[in-house]
Design a protein around this ligand. Structure first.
Ligand SMILES: Cc1cc2nc3c(=O)[nH]c(=O)nc-3n(C[C@H](O)[C@H](O)[C@H](O)COP(=O)(O)OP(=O)(O)OC[C@H]3O[C@@H](n4cnc5c(N)ncnc54)[C@H](O)[C@@H]3O)c2cc1C
Length: 296
C-alpha cells in the first residue's frame, strides 16, 4: 500500500554517498504500489524520481523537491527454457546469481555493476563488449502519461551505447523485463566472472563514486582524454579525479555535489580546450536547477 514518508536523506541511498533529502520518499515493493505512488505524485502535481541502486546519479546538496520512489520490485522466475522474467528493482548481481544457478550464460559481463535491472535497462549498462540490451527480449513499462501498462519489444527500446528510449522518455517507468539467455556451463561462467572481477579490481577505485562520469566519445576513451589533460588525482574540495581511473570522480568522505559539479565542469573545459571535444555525462543529475540538459 502506498504511504509516503517525509524527508529522508538521499546520500546513503547512492553509491556516491552525496546528496540532500527528498521531500517525500516511498519504497515500492510491488508493481501496484509503484503505480499508486506515481498516480499520487501526478495528482498532487509533485515531481517524482525513480531510484534504483543510486549508482549512476549525482543528487544535489539541496536534495529532491518531490517524491523519490525507490524501486524494490525484485521478483524473478524462469518462464521457459532460457527465458527469465525479473522485476525492475532486482539488483544485477542477484539476476546473475539466479541465471548461473539455472545453468544459463550471458550475463557474466555485468558482474560488479552495482545497479538494478531497471537502472541498467534505462542506461543500457554494459562492460567487456556487451550490454544488457544483448539479452533483453521485452520490457514491461508503466506509461505515466496514459496510466497504462505496456510492453516494448527490444526494437522499440531503441538501445544504443548507454542509450535507450527510457532515457528520452521519462514518462516510461520500467516495471520488469524478459531476458533471453543461452544454456551454459556453470564452471565456465564462474571462471569468466572471476576474470572480470579481477580486471575491475585492477582498474576501478574503491572509494565511493558513481562509476564512469562521462560516456566514451565514438572510438575514444573518456578516461584517456582526461588523463592526457593531466587531471588524474586533481581535487576540488573532497572530490577527486580518481588516480586509478580518470573517468571516475571519487568522494573522499565529505565531498559535496557542488564540488563534484565544479570538477565535472573543469574536466569538460580542459578536454574541450585540448581536444576540441565535448564530453557528455553518463550520470544523471537529480534535484539540480535545470541548466542546459541538466537535472530532474
Ligand atoms: C563502482 C561502479 C562501477 C560501475 N560500472 C559500470 C559498468 O561497468 N558499466 C555500466 O554501464 N555502468 C556502470 N556503473 C554505473 C551504474 O552502476 C549503472 O549505470 C547501473 O545500471 C545504474 O543502475 P541503478 O539502479 O543504480 O540506477 P540509478 O542510479 O538509481 O538511476 C539511474 C537512472 O535510471 C533511472 N531508473 C532507475 N530505475 C528505473 C526504472 N525502474 N524505470 C525507469 N527509470 C529508472 C533513474 O530514474 C535514473 O534516471 C558503475 C557504477 C559504479 C558505482
Amino acid at each position: 500500500m502506498f504511504f509516503p514518508r517525509g524527508k529522508i536523506l538521499l546520500a546513503p541511498l547512492t553509491t556516491f554517498k552525496i546528496g540532500g533529502p527528498s521531500q517525500y520518499y516511498f519504497q515500492a515493493e510491488n508493481k501496484p504500489d509503484l503505480i499508486e505512488a506515481i498516480k499520487w505524485a501526478k495528482q498532487k502535481e509533485t515531481p517524482f524520481f525513480i531510484l534504483g541502486s543510486g549508482s549512476n546519479i549525482l543528487v544535489s546538496d539541496q536534495g529532491f523537491k518531490g517524491l523519490v520512489i525507490k524501486c524494490q520490485m525484485s521478483a524473478i522466475k524462469c518462464q521457459k527454457q532460457g527465458l527469465i522474467y525479473a522485476g525492475a528493482g532486482l539488483p544485477l548481481n542477484k539476476l546473475l546469481e539466479f541465471s548461473i544457478k539455472k545453468g544459463l550464460a550471458g550475463l557474466e559481463c555485468l558482474v560488479g555493476i552495482p545497479g538494478t535491472l531497471g537502472g541498467a535497462i534505462r542506461g543500457n549498462a554494459g562492460a567487456f563488449n556487451h550490454s544488457i540490451s544483448d539479452f533483453i527480449k521485452k520490457v514491461e513499462v508503466f506509461n505515466s502519461k496514459t496510466l497504462k501498462v505496456e510492453e516494448k519489444d527490444v526494437k522499440e527500446c531503441k538501445f544504443a551505447y548507454r542509450e535507450s528510449i527510457f532515457k528520452q522518455r521519462k514518462d516510461l517507468i520500467i516495471l520488469g523485463a524478459e531476458i533471453q539467455l543461452e544454456k551454459g556451463k556453470r564452471e565456465e561462467s564462474k571462471n569468466k566472472i572471476r576474470g572480470y572481477l579481477q580486471k575491475r579490481r585492477k582498474t576501478q577505485p574503491k572509494e565511493p563514486s558513481a562509476g564512469c562520469i562521462f560516456k566514451n566519445p565514438p572510438g575514444l576513451s573518456a578516461g584517456w582524454l582526461i588523463e592526457q589533460c593531466g587531471l588524474k588525482g586533481f581535487q576540488l574540495g573532497k572530490a577527486e579525479v580518481s588516480k586509478q581511473h580518470a573517468n571516475f570522480i571519487v568522494n573522499h568522505k565529505k565531498a559535496t555535489a557542488q564540488q563534484v559539479m565544479g570538477l565535472i565542469d573543469f574536466i569538460k573545459r580542459k578536454v574541450k580546450a585540448k581536444f576540441g571535444l565535448d564530453l557528455e555525462e553518463e550520470i544523471e543529475y537529480v534535484g539540480f536547477v535545470p541548466r542546459g540538459k541538466r537535472g530532474h
